[in-house]
Design a protein around this ligand. Structure first.
Ligand code: PEP
Length: 254
């Protein structure tokens, strides 16, 4: 089983100053908690501030996105070369980017491959929209997406996959632990087909979608869920610290 991972996606929230304060508070709140990897993904312009604030702690910094080229005429974009040394993780294919910037599996795959080449750990997000679930198509949608996002990736090393049903993101309506486990198990099978059992077992499969301190215990207790990608609740220090603590408690007792 991989070490559980809790990643906080701050989305487009916090000024640079607020980000430093929030990161320092998270550092204090989770000090001494072990057996879980914690990653904070602030807006790009706050990454250096957050890195400074968490220095000396095991907390890692992540980016919320990146371009697949190292440099060039891509106004407003941030490249993997710019992220190197600043963070270890990068979220790719978040559903908000798929929805608002028409990011396809093909584009996400380019980003994921480039992240790996650049020594970054991509957190690849996949998940179905409500209509697809209502039509019973969630498994085929996620299978297609995983295949597309992993195209040409032949090692499981440094990979993270997050199952994030779009209907659960920011809605307060989390998937049930059974629904989340079923999809995480599907992703594990797809990873096994590609990388073999040992390889697949080494990839953290996260659940994301309205995770909070009330529902995380049940989610983290599922055999194929190795942690969470947390949006809204990651902006609240007490909630986020509870999520981290509960995850490590559940995983060390199972
Ligand atoms: C997310 O942004 O990836 C997310 C899961 O958000 P929330 O926890 O707010 O649903």
């Amino acid at each position: 089983m991989p070490i559980p991972l809790i990643a906080g996606n701050w989305k487009m929230n916090t000024t640079v100053r607020e980000a430093g304060i929030l990161a320092a508070a998270v550092k204090d709140a989770v000090a001494g908690v072990s057996g879980v990897d914690v990653v904070l993904c602030p807006p790009f312009i706050s990454m250096a501030e957050v890195a400074k604030a968490v220095e000396g702690s095991p907390i890692q910094v992540g980016a919320q996105n990146m371009h697949y080229e190292d440099k060039g005429a891509f106004t407003g974009e941030v490249s993997p070369a710019m992220l190197q040394g600043l963070c270890r993780y990068v979220i790719v294919g978040h559903s908000e980017r798929r929805r608002d910037f028409a990011e396809s599996d093909e584009l996400v795959n380019r980003k994921a491959r480039k992240a790996l080449e650049s020594g970054l750990k991509p957190i690849i997000c996949v998940g179905e929209v409500l209509e697809e679930r209502q039509q019973g198509r969630e498994e085929s949608v996620v299978s297609t997406s995983v295949a597309g996002c992993l195209e040409g990736i032949d090692s499981p090393e440094n990979l993270v996959v997050a199952y994030e049903p779009v209907w659960a993101i920011g809605t307060g309506l989390s998937a049930t632990s059974d629904q989340a486990q079923a999809m995480a198990a599907l992703i594990r099978r797809l990873l096994t087909d590609r990388f073999g059992q040992g390889g697949a077992a080494s990839v953290p499969v996260l659940y994301g979608g309205s995770v909070n301190s009330d529902n995380v215990a049940e989610l983290a207790a599922q055999p194929d869920i190795d942690g969470a990608l947390v949006g809204g609740a990651s902006l609240n220090v007490d909630q986020f610290a509870d999520i981290v603590r509960i995850t490590t408690r559940v995983r060390t007792s199972s």
